[in-house]
Design a protein around this ligand. Structure first.
Ligand code: FAD
Length: 505
């Protein structure tokens, strides 16, 4: 082993969930860690912002591992996220109202859901039952928690192994079915639409099955207070463990010598050295800009040509002086069909999905509600528009006003109650988090790349020593649990390289 490896220092690029997690576990295992973050806040995509007394949350809808009896909760405890956090388990995942007066509810309890779906569309009994059976298949996959008695843990483990042996083939089949293709099995147009669009159409159905199994098991609750308090909790845990965190420090280059990473250069020109360099920042920028495209093999680089990313978003936030007590709370909000199709930004829309924060009063002043709306969009459209600053700002303003006009159709009087408007575009996401095209969760898992479930992506880059990656660009499917686990997985590997026992305290 070289002198370099014996040196304990690590530089991490990015203080998102993954970079902070890597920092926390690295500190727990005795490494000297410095994180360079380009923003002045922790959390990356797991963030929120304040406008006129409202908090607009950009990320968390549900957190897998919210149940203290699930093993993922142990990880939230290790990293400081679970401490003093209240989780809310909701009865509904989403509501969709069509223009004929029908309301479809995706309940989180699968027995209630099955009953409702069969009443809603008896002609779709076959795909409904197939879906429910699929969710039931995922229910036994419950990670044991360290808080459970040893026997119970063993029981859970045995159940998981047994279920995997029994249902592995079926899982593989579900993995190869996209939400889009499954939706074609429904005859009712509303059900077809919900199954196609509840998530991203190209996404593998297996993940929808798992999500509903977590929701049913009350293991995917909403953390009261939303995203930012969780990011702050991670930052606090990292700093308490003695980690160094430098904000407003954008890394522009990873310094290499003889095919070994030796440090980073910041935007201000300063250079910083460490024995190991970890990038927890955007994958494309890391490989093609910070490393100049000089390292990596086909396996490392091909995804950037071939794999699909989570889409770019127009993210509209409204603060309204009104409460929505009549609308049941739901994880993903209320969707309603528009009376007429309308062009918003670069795409024609036939519906609007409102994420009403009527379940979290901490997001708005008393008697008021924060609302967020996510609309898919093309990054290129905004990039072109931004060449003319005035036109870009005008388009954002126009979209804000159009959205308010459309919500007025469903909630008359609301236009007069709007106190705060904020419109973010893919360029906003890009500017604040560096993520390519403003993608909000990295790679989609599709039938083409589903092999990563069995064999995770490599966290090192062939051809370059002492360099590693963690975060959503090496964990297809994205999300907060994979981001945290990615940092943890990496530090476990470093401990193995250094022949140390991996510690989590
Ligand atoms: C609208 C939305 C809804 C979501 N909903 C959920 C949900 O309900 N549940 C869930 O689990 N997940 C959800 N996610 C996904 C989740 O937020 C992400 O997958 C996760 O936060 C990714 O973490 P990360 O650390 O890998 O990356 P990031 O959060 O992107 O962190 C990367 C960090 O690196 C920094 N950085 C980038 N470039 C540089 C540089 N050159 N120098 C220094 N620093 C740099 C960035 O500023 C950032 O802080 C949602 C995301 C969005 C946007």
């Amino acid at each position: 082993m070289s002198d370099k490896i014996n040196d304990n220092s690590i530089i991490i690029i990015g203080a998102g969930f993954s970079g902070l997690a890597a920092g926390i576990y690295a500190r727990m295992n005795g490494y000297d860690v410095t994180i360079f973050e380009m923003h002045n806040l922790p959390g990356g995509l797991c963030t929120s912002w304040e406008r006129k007394g409202y908090t607009f949350d950009c990320c968390i809808h549900w957190l897998v591992g919210s149940s203290p009896l699930n093993g993922m909760h142990d990880i939230w405890e290790e990293t400081g996220i679970a401490e003093n956090r209240k989780f809310l388990d909701m009865d509904q995942y989403l509501r969709l109202e069509d223009t004929t007066g029908r309301t479809l509810v995706m309940y989180t309890d699968i027995y209630k859901l099955e009953k409702h779906l069969l009443e809603f569309s008896p002609q779709d009994e076959i795909p409904i039952k197939k879906f429910i059976e699929g969710v039931k298949m995922c229910l036994p996959f419950d990670l044991p928690s360290k808080h459970e008695p040893a026997l119970k843990r063993l029981g859970k483990q045995a159940k998981t192994v047994f279920s995997f042996i029994a249902d592995g083939k079926k899982m593989k089949e579900w993995m190869n079915i996209t939400c889009e293709s499954f939706s074609h099995e429904f005859k009712d147009p509303v059900l077809r639409e919900v199954f196609r669009e509840m998530w991203v159409p190209e996404f593998s159905m297996l993940f929808m099955l798992f999500t509903f199994s977590y929701l049913h098991n009350k293991n995917a609750g909403y953390p009261i207070g939303g995203s930012m308090p969780m990011s702050r909790a991670l930052e606090e845990r990292y700093k308490k463990l003695g980690g160094i965190l430098k904000y407003r420090s954008r890394v522009t280059e990873i310094i290499t010598m003889n095919d070994s990473a030796t440090g980073v250069r910041l935007e201000d020109g300063t250079e910083h050295r460490a024995a190991r360099i970890v990038s927890a920042a955007d994958g494309y920028t890391t490989l093609f800009s910070m490393l100049g495209g000089k390292y990596g093999d086909t396996k490392t680089l091909e995804p950037y040509e071939k794999w699909q990313m989570f889409p770019s978003l127009i993210f509209v936030s409204l603060g309204v002086k009104r409460i929505f007590g009549e609308i049941p709370i739901s994880v993903s909000g209320l969707t309603f069909h528009l009376k007429q199709e309308i062009l918003i930004g670069d795409k024609v829309r036939d519906k609007l999905s409102l994420h009403l924060y009527n379940h979290d009063p901490s997001m708005a002043p008393e008697g008021c509600t924060a609302i967020t709306i996510m609309l898919e969009t093309d990054h290129a459209y905004w990039k072109d528009l931004s060449r003319d600053r005035k036109a870009y700002l005008q388009k954002k303003e126009e979209i804000g006003n159009t959205i308010i006009g459309l919500i007025e159709e469903r909630f008359p009087g609301i236009s007069g109650q709007v106190e705060a408007i904020d419109v973010a575009t893919p360029l906003t996401f890009e500017r604040y988090t560096g993520n390519r095209k403003g993608s909000f969760e990295g790679w989609l898992i599709t039938p083409e790349n589903s092999g990563v479930i069995m064999k995770p992506m490599d966290q090192s880059v062939p051809g370059l020593k002492h360099f590693y990656m963690c975060g959503q660009w090496v964990e297809p499917g994205g999300g907060l649990p994979p981001a945290i686990m990615s940092g943890r997985r990496l530090v476990k590997r470093l401990c193995k390289e250094d022949k140390k026992n991996f510690k989590t305290e």
